[in-house]
Design a protein around this ligand. Structure first.
Ligand code: TLP
Length: 345
C-alpha cells in the first residue's frame, strides 16, 4: 500500500474530496472553447457571485490567472507596481516579462502589508523617459502569512483610481483573508478591478483558479487565455470539483487557521525555535531555528518519519495546515520535531 505522509509543504497538496470526485464523474460537459460547457459556465457564474464581480473566467492555475490579468490590463513596455516579495515577482518564473512584456516596479511591504504612500510615490508622472504605470498589484493574504486590512486596501484602491490606474488582486487565498477579517470576500475584492483566486489550494479542488472582473475585462481575458494556450475543452470535468470547492469548502478554512495557531503554540515551546507570531494570520506557520541546524538532515529526518516539508526560504521554514492534516497529525509533527532536536543535541 502507498505510504501515507503528513504533507505540510503547502495547501496546494490537498486531495479532492469524495464529493468532488463524484461531481467530476457526473459532470455534464461540452467544448468550452465554443462556449458549450454548462459546468464551466456554472462555475464561472458562481465564482463571479462569490467575489461580487460581473464575470469570471476559469483558468488552469493561479500563476496563469495572475499573468493573464497582467496581460489583459497592460501593453508591452508598461510598468506594473507590485510587492517585492509577491508571488508575481518571486514565484512566477519571470512570466510577466515574457507574457505581458511589462516592467515591474516593486514596493517594499512590511510583513506583506503595503504602505499606500509608498505605492503612490511609485506611480510615474507623464514624462517622455518614463514607462506608463498601467497597473497596481496587491496580494491578500500575502505570501508571508499576513492579511492586508480593508482600510489599507481601500486607500490603495482610491489612490489607484485617482490616477486612473486599475488594481489587480492576487487573492489566491482570498477566502482565508475573509475568514481572518470576518468579512465577506466581496468586500475585499471590491478594492480591486480584477481578482484571481485559487480553487486548488485550501479549497481542495484538484486543478484550477478563477479570474474575475467586469464583463468587458473578462471578455478580453478570454481571448488572452486562448492565446496563452489555456482554452480548455471538456473542462467541466474539473470545473465540477471547483463548484464543490466553492459551495462546501470555504467555511471550513477557519479550521486550518485554528490548527496553524495550535501548531505555532507548540513549536513556540521549543527553546531552539522562533515562530514569527506577528505573521500568524492564516494557515501558515513561519519559523526559524535560533542556531544553525543541518537543513538537509532535518528535512530528511521529517521525511523518513512520514512528514513532507519544504526547504527554508531565506532561513525560514513554512508549515502549512490544510484539510488533509488533522490535529492528531500535527501532534505527530511536533513530536517528530522534538525528537529531531533531541537527536541533534
Ligand atoms: N503558491 C504556492 C507556491 O507557488 C509558492 C504555495 O505553495 O504557496 N499567488 C499566491 C499568493 C500563491 O501562493 C500561489 C501559489 C499562486 C499565486 C500561484 O498558484 P498556482 O500554484 O496555482 O500557479
Amino acid at each position: 500500500m502507498k505510504k501515507k505522509y503528513v504533507d505540510i509543504r503547502s495547501d496546494t497538496v490537498t486531495l479532492p474530496t469524495q464529493k468532488m470526485r463524484q461531481a467530476m464523474f457526473e459532470a455534464e460537459v461540452g467544448d468550452d472553447v465554443y462556449g458549450d460547457d454548462p459546468t464551466v459556465k456554472r462555475l464561472e457564474a458562481l465564482a463571479a457571485k462569490k467575489v461580487g464581480k460581473e464575470a469570471a473566467l476559469f483558468v488552469p492555475s493561479g500563476t496563469f490567472g495572475n499573468e493573464l490579468a497582467l496581460f489583459t490590463h497592460t501593453k508591452r513596455g508598461d510598468e506594473v507596481i507590485v510587492d517585492k516579495n509577491s508571488h508575481i515577482v518571486m514565484h512566477e518564473v519571470g512570466a510577466s516579462a515574457v507574457i505581458a512584456g511589462v516592467q515591474l516596479r516593486t514596493y517594499e511591504s512590511h510583513n506583506g502589508i503595503p504602505n499606500p504612500k509608498e505605492i503612490e510615490s511609485l506611480i510615474r508622472e507623464n514624462d517622455i523617459h518614463y514607462p506608463p504605470t498601467a497597473l497596481i498589484c496587491l496580494e491578500n493574504p500575502s505570501g508571508m502569512g499576513t492579511v492586508i486590512d480593508l482600510k489599507t486596501m481601500k486607500k490603495i484602491s482610491q489612490i489607484a483610481h485617482d490616477h486612473k490606474i486599475p488594481v489587480h488582486l492576487d487573492g489566491a487565498r482570498i477566502f482565508n483573508a475573509a475568514c481572518t477579517m470576518k468579512l465577506d470576500a466581496k468586500e475585499i475584492a471590491a478594492c480591486a478591478d480584477s481578482v484571481m483566486f485559487c480553487l486548488s489550494k485550501g479549497l481542495a479542488a484538484p486543478i484550477g483558479s478563477m479570474l474575475a472582473g467586469t464583463k468587458e475585462f473578462i471578455e478580453k481575458a478570454r481571448k488572452g487565455r486562448k492565446l496563452m494556450g489555456g482554452g480548455m475543452r471538456q473542462a467541466g470535468v474539473i470545473a465540477a470539483a471547483g463548484i464543490v470547492a466553492l459551495e462546501e469548502m470555504v467555511e471550513r478554512l477557519c479550521e486550518d487557521h485554528e490548527n496553524a495557531k495550535f501548531l505555532a503554540d507548540m513549536l513556540d515551546k521549543f527553546e531552539e525555535i522562533e515562530v514569527m507570531r506577528e505573521r500568524l494570520q492564516i494557515n501558515m506557520v513561519f519559523f526559524k531555528f535560533k542556531k544553525e541546524i543541518n537543513t538537509k538532515a532535518f528535512i530528511s529526518y521529517m521525511f523518513k518519519n512520514g512528514i513532507k516539508i519544504n526547504p527554508p526560504e531565506a532561513g525560514e521554514y513554512r508549515f502549512v495546515t490544510n484539510k488533509d492534516v488533522t490535529k492528531e497529525s500535527l501532534n505527530f509533527v511536533i513530536d517528530t520535531v522534538e525528537n529531531f532536536l533531541k537527536s541533534s543535541k
